[in-house]
Design a protein around this ligand. Structure first.
Ligand code: ZN
Length: 226
């Protein structure tokens, strides 16, 4: 446990495909809604649930499953959902699923965790069209600073993992719309925090305080289990 004056440092991983059980690491575990497999959620963990743009088989069935679990108190976000121009799923189908999932998020008042590959204009288009009340977070952001600026100007949050572009990270930090994650990598979230803090040339404590503030605003229940 690292102490900074009277402050106990906690690390928030808002997008991971694995779970680690350590007292000062708080995480949102990603659960992909797949075909004919009803997701089993552990009551002691926090989740995001969503229909990934690579794995769309039967919209109606998958949306039905999403709606049946989304209201659970340990489901903190809808995701990862998104648009991916490299996916084999037809793009219009991806868009339909995205739009419907975003509407579920509005109804449930839960943030969106977004996967986006080469479809930034469409994501921004949906943001303008839907005018969501819930926050939208782009996960695993690796774009450049111009793209970061464009997305931040739209009020989006950006989440950074192991790899990112320095100027984009700096822009997001200045805007304070920043989160950290490990995604499907077996990395330690603390190593991601260290990498981010070192790149920004700020003390680790400054980063943990800012991310904790953002987490408190978007996912208050993730802090409740201290
Ligand atoms: Zn992921």
């Amino acid at each position: 446990m690292i102490q900074y004056r009277n402050y106990v440092m906690c690390f928030y991983n808002i997008h991971t495909h694995f779970t680690v059980s350590e007292p000062n690491i708080h995480e949102i575990v990603n659960c992909i809604i797949e075909k004919q497999k009803y997701p089993s959620l552990d009551a002691l963990l926090f989740y995001s649930v969503g229909i990934h743009p690579w794995y769309i088989y039967n919209i109606e069935e998958q949306i039905h499953t999403l709606k049946s679990i989304v209201a659970r108190p340990n489901v903190l976000a809808i995701g990862e959902i998104g648009l991916d121009k490299l996916s084999n799923v037809p793009f219009d189908i991806q868009q339909a699923v995205f739009k419907e999932s975003a509407q579920v998020a509005e109804k449930e008042r839960k943030p969106l965790i977004i996967h986006c590959v080469k479809a930034w204009a469409e994501i921004v288009g949906f943001k303008k069209q839907i005018k969501p009340a819930v926050p939208w977070i782009i996960h695993g952001f690796r774009g450049n600073s111009e793209l970061a600026k464009q997305l931040l100007d739209q009020g989006l949050y950006l989440s950074f993992g192991e790899q990112f572009q320095t100027k984009a990270l700096q822009k997001t930090w200045d805007n304070s719309h920043l989160f950290a994650e490990t995604d499907d990598k077996k990395t330690d979230i603390r190593a991601v925090y260290h990498h981010i803090a070192t790149t920004l040339a700020i003390p680790l404590e400054e980063l943990t305080i800012q991310i904790e503030k953002n987490t408190k605003a978007l996912f208050p229940s993730l802090l409740a289990r201290h």
